[in-house]
Design a protein around this ligand. Structure first.
Ligand code: ADP
Ligand code: MG
Length: 223
């Protein structure tokens, strides 16, 4: 489903070139469970952002479901992202002034889903993630675990084929982190590809495919 070949990404800062990713070759299939580990600055987030179409490679090709997505313009990429990709971040990235229900509804609105269907899907997601009694709460009225559940509900509202999570338990205590991991792993039953960056070797060790990155390269894959 995801095919990266010879993907590199460099950033120019002042007169310095920073090679964040170097010659990445990576194939990920539907239902794959992949963890990405490695030291800070090794390129984990850059790789996730590229897969999530939040960034573009400097060179190399990225095919998603067989189509070269690097050739798409920004609007076309946004459409693909909306239809196929969900993102969960360490710091939740919820819209502060919107309620839990409205945060979950946002991608559905942007995708033009009709109101009746939106309401039904939001209600089902709130129920599924144990948030029904928090529907009208804003993020600052929710615990960290509840915020991340809202973020997962939002990320899955469009039934993505790929769920990308960048240190999703980084701001949570261990017990709450475990709950969040369980919720993410449940998506594997629906053949969602789950790709997760983590610092925690116990969490990373749960994945069927464990990628290790150093200095912009995938140096090792354990299965
Ligand atoms: P990780 O997530 O593994 O900690 P990142 O992917 O965030 O690492 O960063 C990899 C390298 O690329 C680092 O050296 C970082 O400083 C650099 N980098 C990432 N994003 C940018 C950016 N937008 N501009 C300049 N340098 C960046
Ligand atoms: Mg990072």
């Amino acid at each position: 489903m995801i095919q990266l070949s010879q993907v590199s990404r460099s950033f120019t800062v002042g007169d310095q070139q920073i090679a964040a990713l170097r010659d990445i070759d990576l194939n990920i299939a539907a239902g794959d469970y992949v963890s990405i580990m490695g030291p800070s600055g090794s390129g984990k987030s850059t790789l996730l952002n590229l897969i999530g179409l939040l960034d573009r490679p400097s060179s190399g090709t990225y095919k998603l479901d067989g189509g070269d997505v690097t050739a798409l313009d920004d609007a076309q990429q946004a459409k693909v992202r909306s239809e196929k990709i969900g993102f969960v971040f360490q710091s939740f990235h919820l819209v502060p002034r919107l309620t839990a229900a409205m945060n979950i509804e946002l991608p559905l609105m942007l995708a033009g889903i009709p109101p009746a269907e939106r309401k039904a899907r939001v209600a089902a997601l709130l129920d599924n993630y144990g948030l029904t009694d928090r529907a009208d709460h804003r993020p600052d009225q929710l615990s960290g675990g509840q915020r991340q559940r809202v973020a997962i509900a939002r990320a899955t509202s469009m039934h993505p084929a790929v769920l990308l999570a960048d240190e999703p338990t980084g701001n949570l205590d261990q017990a709450t982190g475990k709950e969040v991991i369980n919720l993410l792993e449940k998506l594997l039953e629906q053949k969602v590809a789950l790709i997760m960056v983590t610092h925690d070797p116990v969490i990373g060790g749960r994945a069927q495919r464990q990628l290790h990155m150093v200095d912009g390269r995938i140096t090792n894959e354990q299965r």
